[in-house]
Design a protein around this ligand. Structure first.
Ligand code: NAD
Length: 292
């Protein structure tokens, strides 16, 4: 069994990006600049945003954090987005989700200039992605493709089952893996909450991507020998033995599934760090485009 080490791979990618930043600086070109908008004080969102800002520092990007209170109006948030859209120094920015309930998430995502939408959530980027046109790929699916490719997991002709049909993971990944591309050319089945007899489907899969948000949902009896497992889930499960009072659990029961898998991502240290690395990669691409 080989661990698909997202931590190591993401560090390799960050080193490559840092080299590219050095090259830009040595030619007196613009330094990549990523901004993040955080609304409220949700613990997980704050952790994610801080990790993104810290990663920028490490690789030589400029970063800006716009921290707005929980009760920020939709109008104020949209004004901040407009400023970022018009700021020529910002190459890309993200609005950390989820947003407080009084704010229309769709309206906010639509307000982001697609050329700065390094999360790849704007309908223009999603549309381009489905048509296989150059665009920002959303970071989590992009990271999963990169991990599969770097570990040379064979996807061409493989039977892939993606569990979960969310707009940010399951849906785009299922489209990407079915396309004629690296880490693609697979025969993809999308399973969701209404899927019947899921075990029968997963038992035939060469590759399973679990992205449903139910801790340790996929168990050893649901998979075949030699399967490749991508565990996207991250859930905080209460655990009083831990200093923070919780542990992070994936959607896969690692112990039982790991015994049968040929490749498997751990949680933490699998898909999570790859997501951040690919966000940085998208920002670098945006900056390189702005430099030309
Ligand atoms: P979501 O919560 O928006 O949707 C869950 C999906 O799972 C739905 O499509 C639903 O149909 C499906 N589902 C629910 N119960 C099911 C069942 N019993 N059988 C089959 N399918 C079922 O999903 P999301 O936003 O993609 O998040 C999924 C998980 O991935 C969460 O734990 C989230 O925290 C995590 N996540 C991790 C990263 C990362 O960087 N590692 C990024 C995004 C999301």
């Amino acid at each position: 069994m080989t661990i698909l080490d997202g931590k190591k791979t993401s560090n390799d990618i960050k080193d490559e990006i840092a080299e590219a930043v050095k090259a830009l600086k040595s030619k007196s070109k613009k330094t990549p600049h990523l901004a993040a908008v955080l609304v409220g004080t949700d613990g997980a969102s704050m952790t994610y945003v801080n990790a993104k800002v810290k990663a920028c520092e490490r690789i030589g990007f400029n970063s800006t954090l716009i921290d707005l209170p929980e009760n920020t109006s939709e109008e104020n948030l949209l004004e901040n987005i407009e400023k970022l859209n018009n700021d020529n120094d910002i190459d890309g920015f993200i609005v950390q989700l989820p947003l407080p309930k009084h704010i229309d998430e769709q309206k906010v995502l639509m307000a982001v200039n697609p050329d700065k939408d390094v999360d790849g959530f704007h309908p223009i980027n999603v549309g381009k992605m489905t048509l296989d046109l150059p665009c920002f790929l959303s970071a989590t699916p992009f990271g999963i493709l990169e991990l599969l490719e770097r570990y040379k997991v064979e996807t061409s002709g493989a039977n892939v089952v993606v569990i979960g049909r969310s707009h940010i993971v399951g849906r785009p990944l299922s489209i990407l893996m079915s396309q004629k591309r690296k880490a693609g050319n697979a025969t993809v089945t999308v399973a969701h909450s209404r899927t019947k007899n899921l075990s029968e489907i997963t038992q035939k899969a060469d590759i399973i991507v679990a992205a449903l948000g139910i801790p340790e949902f996929l168990t050893g009896d649901m998979v075949k020998e030699g399967v490749t497992i991508i565990d996207v889930g991250i859930t905080r499960v209460p655990d009083e033995t831990k200093p923070r009072g919780y542990r992070l659990a994936g959607d896969v029961h690692f112990e039982s599934v790991g015994k049968k898998a040929s490749f498997i991502t751990p949680v933490p240290g699998g898909v999570g760090p790859m997501t951040i690395a690919m966000l940085l990669k998208n920002t670098l691409l945006a900056c390189q485009r702005n430099n030309n």
